[in-house]
Ligand binder design. Structure first.
Ligand SMILES: Cc1cc2nc3c(=O)[nH]c(=O)nc-3n(C[C@H](O)[C@H](O)[C@H](O)COP(=O)(O)O)c2cc1C
Length: 223
């Protein structure tokens, strides 16, 4: 399962990036290819709100604003599953996250009549990286859930992370991706897991230690 991990923070060594890396490592440990995309490193203007409110997003499902949006939209089409990680700003996803996903929603949520959203029914895990207080992390995840529903994505999990919960939540993110990639998106009912997956869960090998560092395995993206 090709997984696209989407992050969007200006801090290369911040919590958002750490969550993205935990997700990437989980995909690799689940024997799947991972691609990490940091929206902050792309030029993404806000929606131009064309004409009376709609532009070519409504009919052609493409955006009139010429920047990096089209390239990113193509990446979403190629992926089979997603992890969205955003910093929590004022109890919401970041401005960068919103600028991109506002436009993606216009282009993809308007598809119908046999044309499906590029996210349709694709498993999606939402992660909110918050500060010390964690205030608004759940609200942020709720906003991400609404967006995922508009886009037709199949939400699998919602994970709030704060500085206080960082250590074990990074492990949660990692394990969520291993489960997603090895169970092909089925609901995680323990008794239905293949024997190999059950052994992997019990085994300390390949899992994070309590500081979020990998105990074994090279850092490859699986591609
Ligand atoms: C403009 C701004 C608003 C923020 N609002 C919140 C907030 O509402 N709740 C919270 O828990 N943290 C808030 N924070 C803290 C960030 O969520 C936190 O520092 C997070 O780790 C940022 O991700 P990063 O480490 O990838 O930069 C805010 C930070 C900024 C810069």
């Amino acid at each position: 399962m090709k997984v696209l991990v989407v992050t969007c923070s200006p801090n290369e060594s911040g919590l958002t990036a750490a969550c993205g890396e935990a997700a990437r490592q989980g995909v690799v440990d689940g024997r799947s290819p991972a691609r990490v995309v940091d929206l902050s490193s792309y030029t993404i203007e806000r929606c131009a709100v064309c004409a009376d409110g709609w532009g070519p997003c409504r009919t052609k499902h493409e955006c009139s604003v010429e920047d990096d949006f089209g390239e990113l939209q193509g990446m979403f089409g190629e992926a089979e599953a997603f992890v969205w990680v955003t910093p929590v700003y004022f109890g919401e996803p970041s401005e960068t996250f919103k600028a991109f996903f506002d436009r993606l929603r216009r282009c993809e949520a308007t598809k119908s009549g046999g044309i499906a959203s590029v996210l349709a029914e694709k498993p999606t895990i939402c992660v909110a990286a918050a500060g010390g207080s964690g205030n608004g992390a759940v609200l942020c995840l709720a906003a991400m859930e609404r967006l995922a529903k508009h886009l037709g994505a199949a939400t699998v999990d919602f994970i709030p992370v704060t500085q206080r919960t960082r250590e074990y939540q990074l492990e949660t993110i990692h394990d969520a991706l291993v489960a997603l990639c090895t169970e092909t998106g089925k609901p995680a009912r323990k008794q239905e897991l293949p024997i190999s997956a059950r052994k992997a869960r019990r085994s300390p090998h390949g899992r994070s230690d309590r500081r979020g560092h990998r105990k074994s395995g090279p850092r490859q993206d699986g591609e």
